[in-house]
Design a protein around this ligand. Structure first.
Ligand code: LMR
Length: 396
């Protein structure tokens, strides 16, 4: 039966990781997958996580199954972080979260929920978007289309194009919005632009699904949620797929959430009952550890303060690397104004390097970058920056 199966192409992001690991060159540099590295080039376990894990190990008494939607304490903390505990949607119990295996798991739950419960079967993603978005929604049998987002000529948001596309949508459309730190461009709407986008959703009836994987990496956890919180204040319904892979460094614990906001508590309850059906038929119920760690940290004032401080330090290091990268390119005489890289948010920089340059960087210099030209700035360090800049100068 298997003899006719064709070899699948490598994943554009995780496939790069495999190629990187197999590369014997000692000076290779991985700027592919969106994983934070510290100054020593390591992906550290946060101190707040280590403390919380010790506490969890000491106090947990069972490995019994969790509920289909995960730890109650975790779900409550997720809502607080997304909307603020005092937000109307939380107070009125219009928002319900389900624990999910990472942001990707949350997106796939959303996709299956849309496919089996909503009349609309069309999902819009930004052009460009995270390389896995299309596959996730198409795998659930949904049609995937692209709305305008990035103005490549000016390295900015194509806000007119974006609004024109949003305004052409209707109540059968679902629109994926990147809550902050747009992946792959790092270009986010301003608050007033978010407000205009929310007005479009209200007027045209399209349903927003926020992909919120980088909360805290643009400015801070509160400011980064401003767009989402505005939408939640204006609209009856929305969804959020969120992740703690990056902001807690819990990549391999696969910890995220799918959140529904509905018009009232009853509709939220019914919606969540269908989300739970999706989960039950996919993987039954989630693993526990990551949720316990996150819930422990967020419920403890001291651990939460430590987390916010560690998150701010990651964010500041990325900003420093952006500045050093731009300066390095200018000093090396690489043609063009790369100042826009300093304005981008989050881990990624949409560098403008083309496919051939990306390939040459890999073959000749052992530098791994996603084919779209997306660079993970969080993979740069003081020590690998000179070699990186030299290589980019050589291919430019
Ligand atoms: C990325 O975009 O690099 C990350 O979100 C990791 C992934 O799963 O692709």
């Amino acid at each position: 039966m298997f003899e006719k199966i064709e070899l699948a192409p490598a994943d554009p992001i995780l496939g790069l990781n495999e190629a990187f690991r197999a590369d014997p060159r000692e000076d290779k540099i991985n700027l592919g997958v969106g994983v934070y590295k510290d100054e020593a080039g390591q992906t550290p376990i946060l101190t707040c996580v280590k403390h919380a894990e010790a506490r969890v190990l000491e106090t947990e008494t069972t490995k019994g199954y969790l509920g289909i939607d995960g730890h109650p304490a975790y779900r409550e903390q997720v809502l607080g972080l997304l909307f603020g505990a005092e937000h109307d949607v939380v107070q009125a119990q219009r928002a319900r979260a389900a624990q999910a295996p990472g942001g990707t798991g949350a997106l796939r739950i959303a996709a299956d929920f849309i496919a089996s419960n909503l009349s609309g079967k069309r999902v819009w993603i930004s052009n460009p978007s995270w390389a896995n978005h299309r596959g996730i929604f198409e795998s659930a049998g949904l049609e995937v289309k692209e709305y305008r987002y990035y103005d490549a000529a000016n390295n900015t948001l194509d806000f007119d194009g974006l609004m024109a596309d949003l305004d052409s949508m209707g109540s059968d459309d679902v629109v994926i919005l990147h809550g902050c730190c747009h992946n792959p461009t790092g270009v986010d709407p301003s608050l007033s632009q978010w407000q205009q986008m929310a007005s479009s959703a209200k007027a045209k009836g399209w349903l927003p699904l926020f992909d919120f994987a980088y909360q805290g990496f643009a400015k801070d956890v509160e400011s980064d949620a401003a767009g989402l919180r505005h939408f939640a204040g204006e609209l009856n319904e929305l969804m959020v797929a969120s992740s703690f892979s990056k902001n807690f460094g819990l990549y391999n614990e696969r910890i995220g959430a799918l959140t529904l906001v509905a018009a009232d508590a009853d509709a939220a309850e019914r919606g969540m009952s269908q989300v739970k059906r999706v989960i039950r038929t996919n993987y039954s119920n989630p693993p526990s550890h990551g949720a316990q760690v996150v819930a422990t940290i967020l419920a403890d004032a001291e651990l939460k303060a430590l987390w916010l401080d560690e998150l701010a330090q990651m964010c500041q290091r990325i900003h420093r690397m952006r500045t050093a990268f731009v300066k390095g390119l200018a000093d090396a005489g690489v043609e063009g104004d790369f100042g826009f890289i300093e304005q981008q948010n989050g881990m990624f920089s949409f560098s403008g390097l083309n496919k051939d340059q990306v390939e040459q960087l890999k073959q000749e210099f052992g530098i791994y970058i996603v084919g779209s030209g997306r660079i993970n700035v969080a993979g740069m360090t003081e020590s690998n920056l000179p070699a990186l800049i030299k290589a980019i100068a050589a291919v430019s």
